[in-house]
Design a protein around this ligand. Structure first.
Ligand SMILES: NC(=O)c1ccc[n+]([C@@H]2O[C@H](COP(=O)([O-])OP(=O)(O)OC[C@H]3O[C@@H](n4cnc5c(N)ncnc54)[C@H](OP(=O)(O)O)[C@@H]3O)[C@@H](O)[C@H]2O)c1
Length: 296
């Protein structure tokens, strides 16, 4: 009931400016990431965008610079390649940039089972491992900054993983793959590791929250003319501003100061599905994600 009510509500807005602050956003070349990059830039923030397509990125940064006269820097990383993500993470960890807000937005929905060159199911890799690896590599740097808001663009779709995350079958070899279930599993995985990152950042000034950005028309699910598109997206589309304004509110508003480890539907706190709250699975997934990312 809360999910239905919150999904229809108008998100809370923040009118404060963010002049001179630095906002990192993954997947800023289209959809929600693009709208959010423009929203932050319109309030005076400088951007560091992390995208897979260089041409789109150059166009984006030129546009942001022209329209808002703020800095727009970039890194290129295809999350389908773990080595790309690690390289960017390591470069940022060594830099002296002070990142005020880090928005992990890049994500995919795939109707067909796809295995990455790294040997992982692709949605799990892009939607979960990508943000996990960046956060893991950057965690000490962010802690040393003593202030940063990390936001995971997650989804109400995490609820599709009704039976929880199957750690013994992350590649969908033993079960029939479905786009909805794999998307739900990857988003559940991201929420589970948020529990662990939240523990790590306790009392450090760094917060980490996840959010559902609303149901909005983007490139996501375009290749799926089936159930996902028809049942869950098309019927409930809302303007993309609800996503970008919610992400601005969560990153900037004083109302959210110190709030961490929470899931928001737009700007409203909500209880995630039980499988996304399972600490035992979170512990196991944490170790497994470190192993898959070859992080230690
Ligand atoms: N749209 C919705 O209704 C909705 C609902 C709930 C949650 N979400 C979440 O919102 C986030 C943004 O999605 P969107 O709807 O804005 O979709 P979108 O328009 O497809 O944008 C996705 C962004 O992620 C990037 N991306 C995709 N695969 C990547 C990869 N392998 N490596 C690096 N970047 C990659 C895309 O880059 P390119 O521009 O190069 O394709 C694009 O910038 C996702 O995490 C999604 O799960 C969306």
């Amino acid at each position: 009931m809360a999910m239905l009510r919150n999904s229809k509500a108008e998100p809370l807005e923040c009118q404060d400016d963010f002049n001179g602050k630095l906002v990192a956003i993954t997947g800023a070349t289209s959809g929600i990431g693009y709208a959010t990059a423009r929203e932050y830039a319109s309030h005076g923030a400088n951007l560091l965008t992390i995208n897979r397509n260089k041409e789109k990125t150059l166009n984006l940064c030129e546009e942001i610079n022209r329209d808002f006269n703020v800095e727009c820097d970039f890194k290129i990383a295809d999350f389908a390649h773990i080595s790309d993500v690690k390289k960017v993470g390591e470069e940022l960890a060594k830099s002296n940039l002070n990142i005020d807000v880090f928005i992990h937005n890049a994500g995919v929905y795939l109707p067909e089972r796809t295995i990455s060159d790294d040997g992982n199911e692709m949605v799990f890799q892009v939607d979960h491992l990508g943000s996990f690896i960046l956060n893991y590599i950057l965690k000490d740097k962010l802690k040393a900054q003593k202030k940063c808001r990390i936001i995971l663009v997650n989804s109400e779709g995490h609820r599709f993983a009704i039976l929880g995350l199957k750690l013994d079958d992350l590649k969908w070899e033993k079960r029939r793959y479905s786009g909805l279930k794999s998307y739900g599993s990857a988003k559940t995985a991201q929420l589970l590791t948020m529990i662990k990152f939240n523990d790590y950042f306790q009392n450090s000034g760094v917060t980490i929250n996840a959010m559902h950005p609303g149901s909005v028309k983007t490139n996501m699910g375009e290749e799926d003319s089936g159930l996902f598109q028809k049942l869950f997206i098309e019927r409930s589309y809302r303007p993309i501003e609800i996503s970008s304004k919610s992400l601005y509110y969560l990153g900037v508003s004083k109302d959210i100061e110190g709030v961490s480890g929470k899931f928001f539907n737009l700007t409203y706190e909500e209880e995630p599905a039980p499988p996304a709250l399972d600490r035992e699975v979170a512990d196991e997934l944490w170790d497994l994600s470190i192993k898959l990312g070859e992080l230690e």
